[in-house]
Design a protein around this ligand. Structure first.
Ligand code: PMP
Ligand code: GLN
Length: 390
């Protein structure tokens, strides 16, 4: 038989699926794949349930239900002062589809795309499948600061866009106002676009502030900003994402979406519209709650000798495991703790393309406090058993 798509044949199964399967196999607490272990807000879930029963179960409009597009536009104004016309909003099946649709909308074969490592798993395969070339800029632990000279050097006359993830997975980094200003300067200098993966926009902790790149001078017309109801309402299985941009760019994203899925579940869209109108207290509570969980896991891991790095946003905290006396890389470490301690995590090297640091592990803290305490207890038991063996 003729060979199938070689790029896809080379693409491995995502690390999130691998570690979740291993966690299930070993009855491990899953601090790997990022999903909450409780349901989202009851009123939003109820709205979706009601919406299933009112005879509006046929295709939604291609770009999304008008009430959700209006709600996304209103949320842009309310949280960031951004003026987005509802015709500049496209509803997708999760941020995953939104990312691909935005890249499809903007890229031609031969274009260059600036990507920042460590990077989310879908970015590079999609850029490559579209025939574009990735230019990678690497952030380094422990502070994950933006290396400005390297970023500047990654731009060329062929740069079409930069893909920015802030708050960032897996680092928990929230890009600073200064860093964003530098990025926007480069984008304007090279007349390039920005695709901003902001799925963790509302999961930002005290002391940090999420600033959409799109709010910076000169950026509105060249930026596509992506959000996810999965993260904002703790309902990751719903897969409702939204893209905001100028009507001209959104029209191209809509063309891509038309060829990917055409339309997303109308019932869920209606519930998300209700969710986006929730009070400020809801959004503040979401972040506060998560911050408490981060602190529980952070303190527990530190007590056991894990050197955790700052995490200002997202579901994740990174820990340096090199001081624990374990002989093996981050991949082996994550397998071992899943199998032997009963706690799953994600090796951070999975977020790199080339040679990667191998002593960092990502833990998801979007779990109930008692589960986080139990995970720390299990890790402690395992560490004690290891030192007894040594
Ligand atoms: N981008 C980032 C950075 C993520 O961590 C995730 C994971 N959930 C996604 C996109 C995908 O979001 P969704 O579940 O809405 O497709
Ligand atoms: N975004 C989730 C994470 O980083 C995973 C989503 C997925 O499994 N595709 O854990």
């Amino acid at each position: 038989m003729k060979p199938a798509n070689a790029l896809l044949e080379q693409t491995g199964t995502t690390i999130f699926t691998i570690m979740s399967a291993l966690a299930t196999q070993h009855g491990a607490i899953n601090l790997g794949q990022g999903f909450p272990d409780t349901d989202g807000p009851a009123d939003v879930v109820q709205a979706a349930a009601d919406a299933l029963l009112d005879q509006r179960n046929q295709y939604a409009p291609l770009t999304g239900l008008p009430e959700l597009r209006a709600a996304v536009a209103a949320a842009n104004k309310r949280f960031y002062g951004l003026d987005i016309d509802p015709t500049g909003v496209v509803i997708t099946s999760g941020a995953t589809e939104a990312i691909t649709a935005c890249l499809m909308a903007l890229l031609n074969p031969g274009d260059e795309v600036v990507l920042i490592e460590p990077l989310y798993d879908t970015y590079l395969p999609v850029v490559t499948l579209l025939g574009a070339t990735a230019k990678l800029v690497r952030l380094n632990p422990p502070d994950w600061a933006l290396p400005r000279e390297e970023l500047a050097a990654a731009f060329s006359p062929r740069t079409k866009l930069l893909l920015l993830n802030s708050p960032m997975n897996p680092t928990g980094k929230v890009f600073s106002a200064d860093e964003l200003a530098f990025i926007s300067e480069k984008l304007r200098e090279h007349d390039a676009y920005a695709v901003c993966d902001e799925v963790y926009e509302h999961l930002v902790f005290r002391g940090a502030r999420h600033i959409p790149l799109m709010t910076l001078p000169g950026m509105a017309a060249r930026t596509l900003r992506i959000g996810s109801a999965g993260k904002t309402f703790s309902l990751t299985g719903w897969k409702i994402g939204y893209v905001s941009g100028s009507p001209a760019l959104a029209a191209l994203v809509a063309k891509a979406h038309q060829n990917l899925t055409f339309a997303s579940a109308p019932n869920l869209q209606r519930a998300v519209a209700l969710g986006l109108a929730k009070s400020d207290a809801y959004f503040a509570g979401l972040a506060d709650d998560l911050q408490e969980r981060r602190d529980i896991l952070d303190a527990g891991l530190r007590r056991l000798g894990f050197k955790t790095l700052p995490a200002d946003g997202s579901y994740f905290i990174t820990a340096d495991v090199s001081g624990l006396g374990y002989n093996g890389d981050d991949v082996a470490f994550c397998r071992t703790i899943t199998e032997q301690a009963g706690v799953a995590a994600i090796p951070v090297s999975a977020f790199y393309v080339g040679t990667a640091p191998t002593q960092y592990v990502r833990f998801a803290f979007c779990k109930r406090p008692e589960i986080l305490h139990e995970a720390v207890t299990r890790l402690e038991r395992w560490l004690v058993s290891q030192s007894a063996l040594a």
